[in-house]
Design a protein around this ligand. Structure first.
Ligand code: HSE
Length: 438
């Protein structure tokens, strides 16, 4: 049968991995797809590097103009592995307007411009597949969109940025500072070109936005995502959390709450006994709570050449199988039929309800704790657990750590302001959210 012809744009780590896996497993992939899948065009700025990688292989043409690839009449599927917003956005829209299916691993592009891209694809009757955009090799998009299709999804909690998880694991295991652990992550090649996207929560928020849309049948709304990174976390807080039976992870959480959808990424204490709390190093994991199946956990490599290629090629196979199907009979891009997406409001972070870890440095005097607990009680914030550290010798100051029951965030923020203004409290109160994930 005539091969399906792929035009690859971008030939970095993932492009190279896709090339290698497609060649290595060609026979089995063909048996699964029903026809061969061939990369026939490569559009890349690093044309010499790509040519060297393809030495001895015939039937592939190279160009430094990706626009040529997306418009070429022989290309059936455009595989976008450039990353970032532009020129990726224009090239993808151009490919769609020329009737090409698109496979992309570009989470920023879909989270920020997915609505425009899916509308264009729907109008043109082509597919846009994006398994590689979330959690690398972990087939979480397939699971959410197809495997769990019988369920009403309640919430998703994911460790979806390997760099941050590696940094937090390293800080906990070795006592390294944030800066040292970040350098180590960069040296191992985990971090994005701009590592601030990893450590400030933006990369995780992109991935979470995509999962939220598929889980709840809502349009992509990255502008509603709250993102707080890990740069301010200290070894001290990681240690205190351990002593209380928790591990701190950068968690992306999206939940269907009674008054709206939560969409938030931030450092989070999770009970150490939960499986997901034990996901270490650069690995990713996504925990999905749904009404019929209960909790399911998806774990694996969230980045890297071949893990991401695994997801990209799975999409190429899907597109190949569905290539000739009537567009109405394909799996909808966002799991729900396009005219069935709803406009449920997203909650501002101040309206979210969760639990909190609060650490404060106080003067070790009678009545200090009473003042603090009064402020919390006045705002209906209930305390779940508390530890007070021994003051270091010769000092009259000590650390108090409080864990709260679930409270509305704006009440907690208000309480923290009041606590910080007490003359017996030194410096800022450290506030880290806590999720039980039961
Ligand atoms: N930089 C990302 C991470 C990998 O650290 O998880 C690609 O999404």
């Amino acid at each position: 049968m005539k091969p399906l012809q792929v035009g690859l744009i971008g030939f970095g780590t993932v492009g190279r991995g896709t090339w290698d896996v497609l060649r290595r497993n060609e026979e089995e992939i063909t048996r699964r797809a029903g026809r061969p899948i061939r990369i026939t065009w490569v559009g890349t700025r690093r044309i010499e590097r790509a040519r060297q990688g393809a030495r001895g292989i015939t039937g592939v043409q190279f160009t430094d103009d990706p626009g040529h690839v997306v418009r070429h009449p022989d290309v059936d599927i455009v595989c976008e592995l450039i990353g970032g917003i532009e020129p990726a956005r224009s090239l993808v829209l151009d490919a769609i307007s020329h009737g090409k299916h698109v496979v992309t691993a570009n989470k920023a592009l879909l989270a920020e411009h997915g609505n425009e891209i899916f509308a264009a694809a729907h109008a043109k009757g082509v597919m846009v597949a994006f398994e590689g955009a979330v959690a690398g090799g972990v087939p979480i998009i397939k699971a959410l969109r197809e495997g769990l299709t019988a369920n009403r999804i309640e919430w998703i909690a994911g460790i979806i940025n390997g760099t941050s998880n590696f940094i937090l694991s390293t800080m906990r295991d070795t006592g390294a500072s944030f800066e040292t652990a970040l350098k180590e992550a960069q040296a191992r090649g985990y971090a994005e070109a701009d590592p601030s996207l990893d450590v400030d929560g933006t990369d995780a928020a992109h991935k979470l936005t995509i999962m939220s849309a598929i889980a709840f049948g809502v349009p992509m709304q990255f502008d509603k995502a709250y993102a707080e990174g890990i740069a301010a976390l200290t070894r001290e807080d990681l240690r205190y959390a351990e002593q209380l039976g928790y591990r701190i992870k950068l968690l992306g959480i999206t939940r269907r709450a009674p008054n709206g959808i939560e969409l938030r990424v931030h450092p989070t204490l999770i009970p150490t006994r939960r499986l997901i709390a034990n996901v270490e190093g650069a690995m990713n994991a996504v925990l999905v709570k749904a009404d019929a199946v209960g909790a399911t956990l998806y774990y694996g490599a969230g980045a890297g050449a071949e893990p991401t290629a695994s997801a990209v090629i799975a999409d190429l196979v899907d597109v190949t199988r569905m290539h000739t199907a009537d567009p109405e009979h394909r799996v909808p891009h966002l799991a729900f039929q396009p005219d069935q997406l709803t406009d449920v409001p997203f909650l501002a972070i101040g309206d979210v309800e969760t639990s909190y870890y609060l650490r404060m440095r106080v003067l070790d005097r009678p009545g200090v704790l009473a003042d603090i607990t009064r402020i919390l009680a006045d705002r209906e914030i209930s305390i779940d657990a508390m530890i007070q550290k021994e003051p270091t010798e010769g000092e009259d100051q000590t650390d108090i750590i409080l864990l709260t029951h679930k409270s509305i965030e704006h009440r907690v923020v208000d309480a923290i302001g009041r606590i910080e203004s007490l003359p017996t409290v030194r410096g800022a109160v450290v506030r880290i959210r806590l999720e039980d994930l039961a």
